[in-house]
Ligand binder design. Sequence first.
Ligand code: ADP
Ligand code: MG
Length: 263
Amino acid sequence: MSDLTTERVLQALTNLRLSTAAARLDSQLRAADERELTPLQFLDHLLADETAARDERSITVRTKLAHFPIIKSIESFDFDAQPTLDRKIIQTLETLAFVGRAENVVMLGPPGVGKTHLSIALGLRALQAGHRVYFVTAQDLLDQIRVAQLDGIPGHKQRHLNNVPLLIIDELGYVEFDKAAATWLFQLLCQRYERHSTIITSNKPFADWGHVLGDTTLAGALLDRLLHHSHVLNLKGESYRMRAKTQGPSHAKRKNGTQVGPS
Ligand code: ADP
Ligand code: MG
């Protein structure tokens, strides 16, 4: 190809915002020459480069928007250390069919048994598969509701919470909701019911949710919707953190995910 043609193609790729294809044009042209590729094969390789770069960029953006406090993976979860969890349930959830079917996941259990770890790991899988995900602690939600008590949660934020395909609410149960906040949470789950998936983790058994939400009738109605299409994981046992501490730092390092912030 003449220099002029190369320049024109480069300019067109840049104008069309195909920046990776523009950057790889030269090396892909040389590879096509060396390997005697057909024009179609050359185009296939160039577009594959562009698509791969785009996928990676969009996973990075979705990961930022998900607001995970830390990155955890299913690979770094030690199933042997958590015998009360049926591996098959996680294998089923990992397929993400539950997101497509707008089913919920509830993880119950005492502190340190891996609820947050698993919810983040599933969230990460979901966003790698192209879903938008948003992670929030119940405490953060409560703070947002309190700040917005007069005007309500801003419209765009409320729409996001209502419509994000996978919402993860972590640590329900550590803080008690007042009437307004509990009603708001109920309405949020009503909005999402049979439309979008929600993962909730809690240190409290369902019987105590009336106390957490300050209203047993409301808690009953909320659980009715939440549990209608749901997977409930009851995790038990000793805190993994404590075990890691007593067994030395190498244990925790070997088994844990990538630390990007305080746990
Ligand atoms: P929970 O949310 O149930 O309180 P976390 O998921 O925050 O517990 O777990 C506490 C710490 O222990 C985290 O660093 C987590 O990665 C780790 N952890 C817990 N269980 C396991 C496990 N079975 N395998 C690997 N790491 C685990
Ligand atoms: Mg937790």
